[in-house]
Design a protein around this ligand. Structure first.
Ligand code: 5GP
Length: 179
């Protein structure tokens, strides 16, 4: 199991999409969320549900991990990936902490934006509202500090191509050690 985590605006979604495109062994888990879909956001970005539906799945032990992030719930559903494939999770710091506990053998990769300024530009570009941008930036520093404490590797997303290549080489190294 591989986990990409880090502050909003670091580029986790973009890097995760690139990785699964070029690596057929990698299976990207699709999370559930109670957040509303952003204008222009892909319908398949999440399973978009209301709070009661999410809470019912929590009660039924249907999530591997879940967390509340800025007023919305996000969770990784318990599913069986195809045999022989590695699972990739793209989650927040709270989720990464749970994975660290549940799966000590998972590889946790902290993805960071090159600077708070670049992070802000990226958050704005994807259409987050001002309140969410402010809250995500405020939480970014703490997320980075705590994230470094549990991560197996840290990658700075300066350019998508470089960061994707860096993460891919971490995956390759981890896999070579597992055999
Ligand atoms: P966003 O609203 O920007 O799509 O996601 C907000 C945060 O929730 C991001 O840090 C994202 O990685 C995280 N997230 C997405 N899916 C999950 C999940 O299944 N579990 C957890 N813990 N966090 C998630």
């Amino acid at each position: 199991m591989f986990v990409l985590f880090g502050p909003g605006g670091a580029g986790k979604g973009t890097i995760a999409a690139r990785l699964v495109e070029s690596d057929p062994r990698l299976w990207l888990s699709r999370s559930w969320t109670t957040r509303l879909r952003r204008p222009g956001e892909d319908e398949d970005a999440y399973v978009f549900v209301d709070r009661p539906t999410f809470e019912a799945r929590v009660a039924a032990d249907g999530f591997f991990e879940w967390a509340e992030f800025i007023g919305n719930l996000y969770g990784t559903p318990v599913t069986d990936p195809e045999p022989g494939r590695d699972v990739l999770l793209e989650i927040d710091l709270q989720g990464a902490r749970q994975v660290r506990r549940l799966r000590p053998d998972a590889t946790l990769i902290l993805l960071l934006p090159p600077s708070p300024e670049v992070q802000e530009v990226r958050l704005r570009a994807r259409g987050d509202d001002e309140e969410h941008i402010a809250r995500r930036l405020a939480e970014g520093a703490a997320e980075e500090r705590e994230g470094r404490g549990i991560a197996d590797a840290v990658v700075v997303n300066d350019t998508v191509a470089q960061a994707t290549a860096d993460v891919a080489s971490i995956l390759a190294l981890r896999r070579s050690r597992a055999h």
